[in-house]
Design a protein around this ligand. Structure first.
Ligand code: DC
Length: 229
């Protein structure tokens, strides 16, 4: 059976990873959450005091890049892969608000992007991959057979993220989550290197009013068209 590359881009908390995981499980493809890779680098920067109230120590982070090893290992129980930073499972640690607040700045650094993009392209060299992020259809896999661009209103997205965070960080307010989403949207789409935008050949999916099942069915019919092409 022919294998394709599926690139999913879009704003924060638009359900990219939920859809990507569903597709990868169904198609028996590799799933890569590229945001988790940027988050792992941001976690490293926080752990090593390279980022604080005064901002990011960019040149120190660049010098440390050769010591930052980001990998994924498949977890049989969870039926998905988890992100590791220098061989330590950081899958939960990369989801905290502290990392969410630091990651968009870290993702503006061209050297960080280059290192992670190289790794992402290696992971996808044999196709049969679903990757989600901000620049997957535009920079990482410009030749992907299927490109999706996901959107939803910022309130809908903040509500989803707030419900998710309530389990681990009950002190975080809805307003703080909404502010973080709006500021990340702004940083992600205005940065100089690889800003978030919809590739010309991407299919836009606004899932504000779509159930996960409806969305999956819609996308699977696009996948099937590409598999038969
Ligand atoms: O998908 P996410 O919210 O976990 O991504 C975290 C941050 O990483 C996001 O604010 C921007 C950055 N990112 C990026 O610049 N390029 C990617 N391909 C994926 C994520």
């Amino acid at each position: 059976m022919k294998k394709i590359t599926i690139a999913i881009d879009g704003f924060s908390s638009t359900g990219k990873s939920t859809l990507a995981k569903q597709l990868a499980q169904h198609l028996k493809y590799i799933y890569v959450d590229s945001g988790a890779m940027y988050r792992a680098v941001a976690l490293y920067a926080l752990q090593n005091k390279l980022i604080d109230g005064a901002g990011l120590k960019t040149s120190q982070l660049i010098n440390a890049l050769s010591a930052i090893n980001v990998t994924f290992i498949y977890n049989e129980n969870l039926k998905t892969s988890e992100v590791y930073l220098n061989d330590v499972n950081v899958n939960k640690d990369v989801r905290t608000m502290a990392v969410s607040n630091a990651v968009s700045i870290v993702a503006t650094v061209a050297e960080v992007r280059q290192q992670l993009v190289d790794l992402q392209q290696q992971m996808g060299s044999k196709k049969g991959i679903v990757m989600d992020g901000r620049d997957i259809g535009t920079v990482v896999f410009p030749d992907a057979e299927l490109k999706l661009f996901m959107t939803a209103s910022s309130e809908t997205r903040a509500k989803r993220r707030f419900d998710e965070l309530a389990v681990t960080e009950s002190k975080v307010s809805f307003q703080a989550v909404l502010d973080n989403i709006n500021s990340r949207d702004h940083l992600d789409s205005t940065r100089e290197d690889s800003p978030l935008y919809k590739a010309k050949d991407a299919v836009e999916i606004d899932n504000s009013n779509l159930s996960k099942e409806q969305q999956f069915d819609q996308v699977m019919s696009l996948v099937n068209t590409k598999l038969l092409a």
